[in-house]
Design a protein around this ligand. Structure first.
Ligand code: MG
Length: 382
């Protein structure tokens, strides 16, 4: 059956790959959103002819309105416009590929509208996992993860029942600085950081992969998606990014999903689940590969793995605080205001200053602590 799909964050790395899948699979695109890239969104709007598009940046939205005046495509303005577009969209599935905290309210709007959520915005679950999961349960909405590890876990969970899970083995590429000591991390540069060994991704997530914050987020994401406590999610460094994660069951069977790393597979699976369709992507050649390697992460050199576990065990708004501080710190690193190593300090100090956030569970309180954490992180950078 041909699906009607909306793509949020359509001009980012995952969004563009989702549109590649739409092209290959012939999905109808009903709604597209982006932050401010009106040039790309105009091209996609003309190609896919959605009924509406939205840009978070109001100035960019005005420009797009002028450019699309001849098309009859509605142009919605600002964050409110994105939420309106989600509500009015008639799509079967919404792919949320928005970056960062900005993806949370759209996630909740998709759930509220009753559409399937193909979730690439892991921050929705990091910041407000309890709220997102209980809203989805109440509405009977399916959340199918697009994150490659969680897609692998989701698929591996088809082999057994939830109560039969012993632990989840969450694989990590280890990033460009795998094997470096704490001392060596002090002198790494921006260009070294942006050279990810196996995945081609946006800059924010590439930095998060280098600090292992991304893996910390993914532990939290797994806890919410699969209802498994954090101490039963083990991070395994696997440099080749071929085995995308696994589930160990109580009978000691380990079920994993393997493939050539390709986000398009994950998007296609999430949209078309439970049906699998032929993919034009590369096939996995085990003979060519020869061997796969696995090792333990260095929790001392990369303290964000333990920080993420602490955040989820403290609960409340602590994961949101950690995420907000990380968004600010990574932006400062990308613009050359702090070093790679200082990201650890900014996030850890902000986290330590806001531990009272553990008692906050409502959406409003979490969003206000998100703002507070950003202000604290910014003051540390100055
Ligand atoms: Mg991932």
């Amino acid at each position: 059956m041909n699906k009607t799909v909306s793509v949020l964050g359509a001009t980012g790395s995952v969004g563009r790959q989702a549109l590649d899948v739409a092209r290959e699979r012939g999905y109808t695109i009903d709604f597209l959103s982006a932050n401010c890239d009106y040039t790309s969104l105009e091209i996609y709007a003309r190609e896919f002819k959605p009924s509406a598009v939205a840009l978070a940046d109001p100035g960019a939205a005005s420009e797009l309105k002028v450019r699309l005046a001849d098309t009859g495509i509605r142009v919605l303005v600002g964050s409110e416009g994105i939420l309106e577009g989600i509500r009015k969209s008639v799509s079967d599935v919404c792919v949320n590929a928005i970056l960062g905290e900005a993806g949370l309210l759209p996630t909740l709007a998709v759930i509220d509208s009753g559409k399937r959520l193909a979730l690439a915005n892991k921050e929705s679950l990091v910041i407000a996992g309890d709220i997102v999961m209980s809203a989805a349960k109440k509405k009977g909405v399916e959340i199918i993860p697009v994150d490659s590890e969680h897609s692998a876990i989701f698929q591996s969970l088809k082999s057994g029942r939830r109560e039969e899970i012993k632990r989840i083995l969450l694989t990590a590429s280890g990033g460009p600085f795998f094997g470096k000591t704490k001392e060596q991390l002090r002198s790494v540069t921006l260009s070294e950081t942006l050279a990810h060994p196996t995945w081609k991704m946006g800059k924010k997530i590439t930095v998060d992969s280098a600090t292992l914050m991304n893996k910390g987020f993914e532990v939290i994401e797994a806890v919410h998606l699969f209802g498994v406590p954090a101490d039963r999610v083990d991070v395994v460094v696997h440099r080749e990014s071929i085995l995308h994660s696994a589930v160990e069951y109580i009978d000691n069977s380990v079920i994993a999903e393997l493939s050539v790393p390709d986000m398009k597979m994950c998007v296609q699976y999430a949209v078309d689940y439970p049906v699998r369709y032929r993919s034009e992507g590369r096939t996995l050649d085990l003979f060519e590969l020869g061997s796969l390697s696995f090792s333990r992460p260095d929790r001392d050199a990369f303290p964000f793995l333990d920080l993420a576990r602490e955040a989820i065990s403290l609960g409340g708004a602590m994961p949101a605080v950690m995420n907000a501080a990380d968004e600010v710190a990574v932006e400062a690193f990308l613009s050359g205001r702090i070093s790679f190593y200082e990201i650890f300090g900014v996030v850890t100090e902000t986290f330590g200053a806001l531990t009272y956030a553990k008692g906050s569970h409502t959406l409003d309180a979490i969003l206000s602590l998100d703002k507070e954490a950003r202000a604290v992180a910014k003051s540390l950078i100055k």
